[in-house]
Design a protein around this ligand. Structure first.
Ligand code: MG
Length: 409
């Protein structure tokens, strides 16, 4: 069988590293043709040496700004200089800067592009891959939340296929397999509820960074872990699902399921429901997306056998939007449409960053997002350039809102 040629954007992040584990576990099935990472220079150099791609990209700009082109980043990181020399001296094309992500996303040799770069920097690359008719394994949330209209329109025109990597969307994709689109009544996204599911508002007011980063069921990067603790993540996922599966947000529901065993459900017009179950393990959805929906054995000897009887009970409860206002804000922005989700995303990114720096209280994340949404409103989406402008404006507004709250405290 011809090996599937994979370009991995964001190879040193949580999803990227697990994707490379999948490639290792499936010898002869996948071949890595491109790797891109933001700033983890030593790890990227190790990955390049192991997987021998055609192209390697480091997106972080040279440091210091305006400094020599080969200055390592982050400056002074252990081994960064030596690792950068290895990247520059390798048998691959070595590219630098965020713009190069687009080159990788449209690489002729790539059958499937895994977009696992986090944040809005991945958006132009996702859009370019969709325009180029690539198969896109999508782990980046912002691409669909902010530019869902542009990306899905481009994909429809070019014939590009979008394969979800997120566990919930992978579950919905699996439930929809073999079902005509007209047969769907609603979709139900499950949410673990995060570490503060059962906390009172009073207790949540004092949440610190360590507590917010202690997710009960999933191991992920810091931004998405905080988003899971505020339930913002679930709201973003609802907007993503709306674009991926062309379903109005009014027909998408969220249910809290602390065990993260049922990954999501689809209800059909005859009242039948399909759910996808399994241990919380991102390698399954990653593998399924890289293989374009084809099921391959998971060669994981460590994998616990799945046993419903030993699980005993699974729990479900409605989400509490009074304690988790970010969920309501996201669903509201999604229903409003236009540029509102772009404003939401930018404001959340700024607020979470300030929270992680210890400069913003946990409950003020929602307040910053709310103020920014109210200040900027929504306009129809016309282009990527417009979305990037809205993003920059929302960041400035959110930063001012953060600074205002900082002064009060
Ligand atoms: Mg998820």
């Amino acid at each position: 069988m011809q090996r599937t040629q994979v370009a991995i954007l964001g190879s040193t992040g949580s999803i990227g590293r697990q994707a490379l584990e999948v490639v290792r576990e499936q010898p002869g099935r996948f071949e890595v043709v491109a790797l891109a990472a933001g700033r983890s220079v030593p790890l990227l150099a190790d990955q390049a040496a192991e997987f021998r791609p055609q192209v390697v990209c480091l997106t972080a700009p040279s440091m210091p700004p305006g400094g020599p082109e080969d200055a390592p980043y982050p400056q002074g990181a252990p081994g960064a200089g030596e690792a950068l020399a290895r990247l520059q001296g390798g048998p691959w094309d070595f590219l630098r800067g965020e713009d190069a992500l687009t080159t990788l996303a449209t690489l002729a040799a790539a059958d499937v592009v895994l977009v696992a770069t986090s944040g809005r920097v991945a958006m132009p690359a996702t859009l370019a891959a969709a325009r180029a008719g690539k198969d896109v394994a999508l782990a980046n949330k912002e691409s669909l939340v902010i530019a869902g209209e542009l990306v899905t329109t481009a994909a429809r025109r070019s014939g590009a296929r979008l394969f979800p990597v997120d566990s919930e969307h992978s579950a919905l994709w699996q439930c929809l397999s073999g079902e005509p689109p007209g047969a769907v009544r609603r979709m139900i996204l499950t949410a673990s509820g995060g570490p503060f599911r059962a906390w009172s508002l009073e207790r949540m007011a004092g949440v610190d960074v360590t507590q917010a980063l202690a997710h009960p069921t999933w191991r992920m990067g810091p931004k998405i872990t905080v988003d899971s603790a505020t339930l913002m993540n679930k709201g973003l996922e609802a907007i993503e699902a709306h674009w991926l599966f062309d379903l109005p947000l009014q027909r998408l529901e969220v249910v809290v399921h602390p065990e993260s065993i049922v990954h999501s459900l689809v209800e059909f017009i005859d009242g039948s429901l399909k759910a996808q179950l399994g241990w919380p393990d991102m390698k399954l959805p990653i593998q399924l997306a890289l293989a374009g929906g084809q099921r391959l054995p998971r060669p994981d000897p460590e994998q616990r056998p799945f046993d419903l009887a030993s699980l005993g009970r699974l729990h479900f409860e409605p989400p509490d939007t009074a304690r988790f206002p970010c969920l309501g804000l996201a669903l509201g922005a999604g229903k409003e449409g236009g540029t509102a989700p772009a404003v939401l995303c930018a404001a959340d990114e700024v607020a979470v960053e300030q929270f992680l720096l210890g400069r913003l209280a946990f409950l003020d994340i929602a307040a910053v997002v709310d103020r920014t949404l109210q200040a900027l409103g929504s306009q129809p989406v016309v282009s990527l350039e417009q979305l990037l402008e809205v993003d920059a404006q929302a960041r400035r507004t959110a930063k001012m809102a953060c600074d205002g709250m900082l002064k009060v405290r």
